[in-house]
Design a protein around this ligand. Structure first.
Ligand SMILES: Nc1ncnc2c1ncn2[C@@H]1O[C@H](COP(=O)(O)OP(=O)(O)OP(=O)(O)O)[C@@H](O)[C@H]1O
Length: 514
């Protein structure tokens, strides 16, 4: 299959706002790929989702200067994939130059449309969560199976490519169903974590879940890093929320799980650093601890794992078991490391637990439907988080140079919410508050990597860096284009475990304006 067909599909998807039209284009492209065989489906499903198959190519987007484009399309998708694989495999002296040459040759052979696609793939610009969801629907349509089956398989596989290959490679819809049914939870292969919706306070969270007097689980929300731990005998591996493996960096988590009384286990939880009294230390410490490879720092700030869910134990898959059953198993296998919770249908009891945990320095609670299964990868209705302070995950659109004490660093950041209607971002305000010296140094480096323009005062960025912002309230605004602005916005932390596609939307922000 020619790359130009994928480029045309990608342009057509971006050009329409209709989900149906987008899905039809993706379905057509996937069918064309399927006619060429599984290798082509593998590459095309990645490219349509906006990413390369290679996690890292070593190519920096800044080094991509566009040579003149080719007049006629000639590139085959499999050749393009091989070229990127070659670049990724280069190492040692001279590899940067060789990579550059290979990129230049590839871009020279590409038409303008193809160049746009290739640059988008290298920079990650076209990648979006919404696109992945659409792509899965297109896989379902192209293979004639139910969308729900495809989604479930993708969550269990932790990726779309393998699922597209399995579904589209099957000779009939029944065979495709069979192939998709084969994606089970596999110990050693992480699944996408279940996510939570939010509610402004405990009574509304409880009310959402207790219709008919049902009980809810009110779990302590710990402010650490999400961990998914798989154990198979003595082999223990740990992944983050974004499914990056961090096993080597968290030996204390590995040791704690090895000491539990089960041979095979998949646990979901949070790791954090505690002080001598057992109160959580500031999140920044947990974050820098889990990112470091420095053994001195690691020894000084040990991480403690806490678990709030179990997905598998000794041959038994628990994804479809109701939460109350999973928690019984969790208590039996992970007792010393289980998150504190109450089970109730009484909103006052839930609110009292919330007050207790916040007083103890924890972040809030997650209220969960006791009878719900584990919905891997879904921000479903069964988990609702409540925090005492307002926060939003926004995207940094630009940054201004600091002055005075901050001369020489990039300081005041422009904050944007995602606008699903346009695929762009809407500015909600600026802030230079809440940044530690360490954060200022980090962001000055980071924002230079994302720079697209610099007028001498403001540096415009590629909208990729997610930042978690605390604020005191919202106000209507004529100054900002979304009609809404943040009051007293301050930086809590940079979120490297989230992509811009996962940032909060301007609609969600407007809905908070009451
Ligand atoms: N007891 C708990 N149950 C579920 N999630 C918990 C719990 N304690 C802490 N968490 C964290 O809260 C998050 C749930 O919120 P959500 O799914 O919206 O993810 P998030 O966007 O990373 O949230 P946040 O920024 O609020 O931590 C989980 O990803 C997990 O890291």
């Amino acid at each position: 299959m020619l790359l130009v067909e994928v480029a045309a599909a990608s342009t057509a998807v971006a050009a329409t706002r209709s989900r149906l039209a987008k899905r039809a284009v993706l379905t057509g492209a996937l069918r064309a790929a399927a006619a060429d065989g599984p290798e082509t489906v593998a590459v095309v499903s990645r490219y349509l989702g906006g990413e390369l198959r290679q996690r890292r190519t070593g190519l920096g987007w800044r080094s991509l200067t566009l040579p003149p484009a080719a007049a006629e399309p000639s590139l085959d998708v499999l050749d393009v994939d091989r070229t990127f694989a070659g670049m990724a495999a280069l190492s040692g002296p001279g590899s940067a130059g060789a990579r550059q040459q290979a990129a230049d040759a590839l871009l020279r052979a590409a038409t303008p449309d193809e160049q746009r696609l290739l640059v988008g793939l290298v920079t990650g610009e076209v990648r979006q969560g919404a696109l992945d969801a659409l792509l899965l629907d297109a896989v379902a349509e192209a293979s004639g199976v139910e969308a729900e089956m495809v989604r479930r398989a993708a969550m269990l596989a932790g990726e779309t490519e393998a699922v597209a290959v399995a579904a589209l490679g099957a000779p009939s819809p029944d065979d495709a169903r069979l192939a998709l049914g084969g994606f089970a939870l596999t110990v050693g292969r992480p699944v996408r974590p279940m996510l939570a919706q939010s509610a402004p306070d405990v009574p509304s969270a409880v009310a959402r879940l207790t219709e008919g007097g049902a009980e809810v689980v009110v779990d302590t929300k710990l402010d650490g890093i999400r961990i998914q731990v798989h154990r198979d005998g003595d082999d223990v591996r740990v992944w983050t929320r974004s499914l990056d493996e961090i096993t080597a960096r968290v030996p204390e988590v590995v040791a704690a799980v090895r000491a539990l009384p089960a041979r095979v286990l998949v646990l979901d939880g949070e790791a954090l650093t505690l002080d001598a009294e057992g109160r959580p230390r500031p999140f920044q410490e947990t974050a820098s601890r889990s990112a470091t490879r420095d053994t001195d720092v690691a020894a000084a700030t040990a991480l403690t794992p806490f678990f709030f869910d179990v997905l598998h134990v000794d041959g038994r898959d628990l994804l479809d078991a109701p939460l109350h059953e999973r928690l019984k198993v969790l208590d039996a296998v992970a007792a010393p490391h289980v998150v504190r919770r109450v089970v109730t249908s009484d909103s006052d009891v839930a609110a009292a637990h919330f007050a207790d945990v916040v007083a103890a320095g924890q972040e809030g609670v997650v209220v969960k439907a006791a009878d719900a299964p584990y919905e891997a990868g879904r921000r479903g209705a069964a988990w609702v988080k409540v925090k005492p302070r307002h926060t939003l995950d926004l995207v940094v659109l630009a940054v201004e140079r600091g002055s005075g004490r901050r001369a020489g660093v990039l300081s005041n950041i422009h904050l944007g919410a995602r606008d699903p209607a346009t695929g762009g971002f809407v500015m909600l305000g600026k802030t230079f508050k809440g940044m530690t010296d360490e954060m200022l140094a980090w962001q000055t480096r980071r924002f230079r990597e994302l720079e697209v323009a610099d007028d001498g005062w403001t540096v415009t960025l590629r909208p990729e860096q997610v930042v978690e912002i605390a604020f005191d309230g919202l106000q209507r605004s004529t100054r900002y284009p979304g009609g809404v602005a943040l009051r007293f916005a301050r930086v809590l932390r940079y979120r490297d475990d989230k992509t811009a596609a996962e940032a909060d939307t301007v609609d969600a922000v407007r809905a908070m304006l009451t």
